[in-house]
Design a protein around this ligand. Structure first.
Ligand SMILES: [Zn+2]
Length: 732
């Protein structure tokens, strides 16, 4: 591995003192004004997507779009910046996908790497390089990184008992083991993490673990692995993050703090598998690097592929490293990877990790297994040449501070009311009126006839640059975009007040009329040019169209031009306007909503639950078809006590119950409100299906199902032990 001459230092913080000659935005950090470090170059990374499926709009909103906006803005600022990314091709989901599809892992990654790369390129995510972790340069880089830590004696070698699937004849890496989360009761928690509650888990913590490969109950078997002693870096991490990076976003800072407060544990950096980067040590057959060890090193490998000067970006202290990720990757990018970099030495550490929260779809969490997602490749097919509309909506509604919801209705509304009616309409009117009232040329500005309104809008143009720039530097992309649209809104209002089309009717009465018209349209056209500069990082295709209409070169999009009111020369003739955005019709939206619902994979549990909603109304055969004991054994029935009950608003059948299972409390929504009042059932013992997949009803997540018996009259009765017994007792 290349060794840099400059040792890594923690980014120094300087107290802001007076002027900011660099022109960079000052950031308000807590109560102190601090100047950003004087960086010479910026390296931006965006999370490596797993090459086991296409990307959906949640991925775009989470990291690719904000990263791209930031990079385009910095490029317009003429800063030295590189934007690297690539596919993560070693994840366990890839081997699972290969097994399911009956192909090799390599075939899986080849297919999805190509698809992801294409989708991102078509969405105009402007990577300088989009690489992949199956490349040789990455294997070499990650191996050398591991070897360096090994040679420095940093790993703890430990033989432990790990889960082994005797049917599939393989050790089960964390993700191969599925069981019930001890924290929230999610029956599909993975051996390393519960994706519902976000708890970090180990396979030992799972209740009733089983293999994701064969469904067999795994057995313990001895295996040797190399552990990275994360706990040794805890004091340093605390100083670096808790003290040194108070400006990080609250969600990021808070998650880091909670990890650090809970204490760090040694983490195995190798796994038993045949798919991945071989552990570069003798007697390590069948062992590969842990995917979260190798994946972030992929950023380094990709930079190496991109440029011979890669070490400038990774090893020089005056590089600003920014990781764009989704919230599920915070611990890896803020704690584990920095600790690895620190242990290795010679590398810069991230200056910021502006992670976003999740984007839900139509009120429900994105789930690739249930196919509840809007896939980018589908969007591109259904809305050709409308990348900017999606970029706009995802940014305007970005989950920057909390989970947000994408709905097709909102997509339509924002397109039609903000892009078409405000931005597009303003630009179009300015061009149409200029052709009609000013001979298709940029009219002159007559300083003597300028009034307060003219002065105000000219000032708005100048101010919007400062505002947008400041927000972009602070990774507040949603607010920055709002400012751009707000400038267009102000432009519309100004034009409406000035009414040049009315003034034009009084040309003979008012000797100053033409001057008034000229002033208005001169200003509107300069404002249009500013909109092009400001919108360019967000909607690059739109900016390009505007350049064409204004007959100006790309250079006008340089950020230094923002705020200037002389971007278009007087007398310069401009083209006819072209449509920037098109209206999206209701029919297109209902089609998308239909498609989403049609493609949704309804899980067995949901089907059961839906059938359960219709209790008493179905003609079922006396006995359903025969099942094997194994089928029955999959059900986890437990005894619990109802500790609270209340009616669910706007649902006459539903009661929301709190059920105490001894080891945890559950919220269960049950369709029994027409049979029982909330008061009469509190204290009752019930039998519940404890491992039923969660389901949302009227916005409440139901975690389990209460067993009820139904008599011939259609009346419901609880099924419960004949006398009170311990909560959590199993039923079989
Ligand atoms: Zn959980």
């Amino acid at each position: 591995m290349y060794k840099c001459a400059t040792p890594v230092r923690m980014p120094a913080r300087e107290i802001h003192s007076g002027g900011d000659s660099s022109g960079r935005t000052r950031m308000l950090i807590k109560d102190k004004m601090m100047a950003p470090k004087d960086y010479k170059r910026i390296l931006v990374t965006a999370a490596l997507p797993y090459a086991n499926g296409p990307v959906h709009i949640g991925h775009l909103a989470g990291c690719y779009l904000p990263a791209d906006i930031y990079v385009r803005y910095q490029r317009a600022q003429k800063r030295d910046i590189k934007f690297v990314g690539g596919s993560d091709e070693h994840g366990v989901p890839i081997t699972i996908r290969a097994m399911k599809e009956g192909i090799t892992p390599q075939q899986v990654v080849d297919k999805y790497h190509a698809l992801i790369k294409d989708s991102l390129a078509q969405m105009h995510i402007s990577f300088d390089i989009y690489s992949r972790t199956s490349n040789k340069v990455h294997h070499d880089t990650a191996s050398a990184f591991f070897k360096r830590l090994y040679d420095d004696g940093l790993f703890e070698e430990k033989e432990t008992e790990q889960y082994y699937d005797e049917q599939a004849k393989t050790f089960l890496a964390d993700r191969y083991i599925i069981g019930t989360c001890p924290v929230c009761g999610n029956p599909n928690a993975y051996g390393d993490q519960c994706e519902r509650c976000g708890s970090s888990l180990s396979p030992e913590m799972l209740i009733e673990p089983h293999s994701a490969l064969s469904d067999a109950v795994p057995v313990k078997k001895k295996t040797k692995h190399w552990y990275f002693p994360l706990q040794n870096y805890e004091p340093w991490l605390k100083e670096w993050i808790i003290e040194g990076h108070k400006e990080w976003k609250n969600n990021v800072y808070g998650q880091c703090k909670s990890w650090l407060d809970n204490g760090l544990q040694p983490r195995a950096m190798t796994r038993d598998s045949n798919w991945g980067i071989k552990v570069p040590l003798p007697d390590a057959d069948g062992k590969v690097l842990y995917v979260w060890f190798d994946a972030p090193i992929g950023y380094i490998s990709a930079t190496k592929e991109l440029t011979d000067q890669w070490d400038d970006y990774w090893c020089k202290d005056d590089t600003k490293l920014v990781h764009f990720i989704g919230k599920d990757n915070i611990v890896f990018h803020c704690i584990i990877f920095p600790a690895m970099l620190k242990a290795h030495g010679n590398f810069v550490l991230p200056d910021n990790v502006p992670a976003n929260e999740f984007l839900n779809i139509e009120g429900d969490k994105v789930s690739t297994s249930r196919n509840w997602a809007v896939w980018v490749n589908d969007y591109l097919q259904d809305f050709p040449d409308q990348q900017d509309t999606l970029r706009y909506v995802l940014c305007a509604n970005a989950p920057e501070t909390k989970d947000n919801d994408f709905t097709w209705k909102d997509f339509q509304d924002r397109n039609n009311s903000e892009l078409v009616n405000i931005f597009g309409n303003f630009v179009n009117r300015a061009f149409v009126l200029m052709h009609k009232l000013c001979n298709g040329k940029v009219p002159a500005l007559h300083k003597d006839t300028l009034d307060e309104k003219d002065a105000a809008i000219l000032n708005d143009i100048k101010e919007s640059k400062t505002k947008v720039e400041s927000l972009l530097e602070q990774y507040k992309f949603r607010d920055a975009l709002f400012e751009v649209i707000d400038l267009a809104r102000k432009g519309n209002k100004y034009m409406q007040e000035k009414e040049p089309w009315i003034v034009a009717k009084r040309l003979s009465e008012n000797p100053k009329a033409q001057e008034l018209i000229d002033n208005c349209l001169h200003i509107c056209l300069q404002l249009t040019a500013n909109l092009a500069v400001l919108i360019n990082p967000f909607l690059p295709t739109t900016a390009k169209k505007m350049l064409h209409m204004m007959k100006v070169v790309d250079k006008i999009l340089d950020w230094e031009n923002a705020g200037k009111t002389n971007l278009l020369s007087v007398g310069y003739s401009l083209r006819e306007p072209q449509l920037l955005f098109r209206k999206i019709e209701d029919a297109e939206i209902s089609l998308q909503v239909e498609k989403l619902n049609k493609n949704k994979i309804v899980t067995e549990a949901e089907k059961q639950k839906e059938a359960g909603d219709g209790i008493g109304s179905t003609d079922q055969p006396i006995i359903k078809s025969t099942i094997q004991y194994d089928d029955f054994a999959k059900l986890d029935l437990k005894v619990g006590t109802i500790t609270a009950a209340e009616k669910v608003a706007k649902a006459d059948k539903l009661l929301k119950l709190e059920v105490d299972l001894g080891f945890e409390k559950r919220t269960i929504v049950s369709g029994i409100a027409q049979h029982f009042t909330a008061e009469e059932i509190v204290g009752k013992q019930v039998v519940i299906v404890a491992n039923l997949a969660p389901r949302k009803m009227k916005g409440i997540e139901s975690n389990g199902m209460i067993l009820m018996a139904e008599d011939k009259a259609g009346k419901l009765h609880f099924v419960n032990p004949d006398k009170k017994i311990d909560e959590g007792s199993g039923v079989s």
